[in-house]
Ligand binder design. Structure first.
Ligand code: TYM
Length: 377
């Protein structure tokens, strides 16, 4: 199956090597990881190569060392409840903020999915999810005085002048080439990239954007125009896609119930979905499994543990060894994952409750938020 990776569609077997070449990004090398590790204990997603590609991360670190500094930017476009995959860029962003103590801007484009998705007929449909998604994001634990969370339709007044300046620099033919727009694309979509680029100009420092690699097309356009506008080309760090329950193809997405675990799923739902849907690399029968062992490369439960849920290197090595030798059965592996996820989600739910009280700080009253509402970009 051919692969497709755009901000709106990810499908097929993803060849990440090929993506690095096609997108013209750089691999995160061992040397770069060692450098990062000198600032703080490396996050598991960096250690295990889930974040695998970057643009100018080396320059970001240089700017940090010379005292110029940098800032962070990421985002989420609400259209439904958030799933585990959506949280990963925010978790790595928290690692960067904790490690480097820098400002962070979180964009909530509350127009994007309305424009991009044919089946969403009204803004109210997406608006329902805005607050819920913001609470999920706050639950990750950002610094309320160094973080500004803004919705495009609310903050537009402060952003619009810059969006217009950006829009004038980008031709339809560039946008078509980068995003695959056609004559049937609505004109809201054609303007929208300007809105997603504005926050990379919130400070006259280098911007570092953590996200999955599907968002990179925006940064390509930003990098074409940034210097001519007196700003830095943005830096980025890209992750692979957190795989869906159904197998290591495409990405976890909200479109199919049996593909995603939502942050709101109850312990029973988590158990049911993993037991029923998580693609197994185990043998067809216990006898076969004991003889031949399981395939960790395609086993979703193992992959999820490897990417994020088992941080302990010794433990994950032991699981791999036992599963591949047939000593550990699929049911045991799945049970282990279920416990890990349910513990994680329990903590997340507590964080989300606490977030209710913090929402105003992130959006309006925190130090950075107050500064941003007083500025026109
Ligand atoms: P959205 O809401 O589709 O996704 C939010 C973030 O989650 C990442 N993501 C995933 N990461 C790993 N595995 C997956 N299966 C997976 N699915 C989604 C996305 O890459 C994204 O980082 N246009 C954006 C919203 C946005 C934004 C930004 C994102 C506005 N400004 C700046 C990143 C940086 C969107 O629709 O994301």
């Amino acid at each position: 199956m051919g692969m497709k990776v755009t901000p709106w569609e990810v499908s097929g077997h993803i060849n990440y090597e090929k993506l690095i070449k096609e997108f013209g990004t750089s691999r995160i090398t061992k040397g770069l990881l060692e450098k990062l590790a000198s600032y703080g204990k490396l996050n598991v997603m960096l250690r295990r190569g889930f974040f695998f590609s970057h643009r100018d991360l080396d320059l970001v670190l240089k700017d940090y060392e010379t005292g110029k500094g940098f800032f962070l930017y990421t985002g989420r476009a609400p259209s439904g409840p958030m799933h585990l995959g959506h949280l990963l860029p925010f978790m790595i962003t928290k690692w960067f903020q904790d490690t480097f103590k820098v400002n962070l801007y979180i964009q909530i484009p509350d127009e994007e999915k309305f424009l991009a998705k044919r089946d969403i007929r009204s803004l109210e449909e997406t608006d329902r999810w805005v607050k819920d998604n913001i609470l999920d994001i706050i639950a990750v634990g950002f610094d309320p005085n160094r973080t500004f969370i803004f919705q495009n339709r609310e903050y537009a007044k402060n952003m619009y002048s810059m969006a217009v300046k950006i829009a004038k620099k980008v031709t339809f033919s560039t946008a078509k080439a980068v995003f695959g727009f056609t004559n049937e694309t609505n004109i809201g979509m054609i303007f929208y990239p300007a809105m997603q680029i504005v926050p990379t100009f919130f400070e006259k420092k280098r911007c570092l954007i953590p996200s999955a690699i599907d968002q990179d097309p925006y940064w390509r356009i930003q990098r074409d125009i940034a210097e001519s506008m007196g700003y830095y080309k943005t830096a980025a760090i890209h992750s692979k896609f957190f795989p869906p329950l159904s197998g290591i193809i495409g990405k976890m997405s909200s479109s199919k119930q049996e593909d995603a675990i939502y942050l709101s799923d109850s312990p029973e739902e988590v158990r049911y979905k993993i037991m029923r849907y998580a693609f197994s690399g185990g043998g067809a029968t216990i006898k076969e499994h004991r003889e031949k062992g399981g395939n960790t490369e395609v086993d979703v439960a193992y992959q999820w543990l490897y990417i994020i849920f088992e941080e302990n290197d010794n433990k994950i090595a032991k699981i791999k060894e036992e599963y591949e030798s047939g000593k550990m059965l699929t049911g045991e592996l799945k049970n282990y994952l279920i416990e890990k996820i349910n513990r994680f989600l329990e903590e997340h739910r507590k964080g989300k409750k606490r977030a209710e009280k913090l929402i105003d700080k992130f959006k309006h009253d925190g130090k950075l938020a107050r500064e941003m509402w007083e500025r026109v970009i």
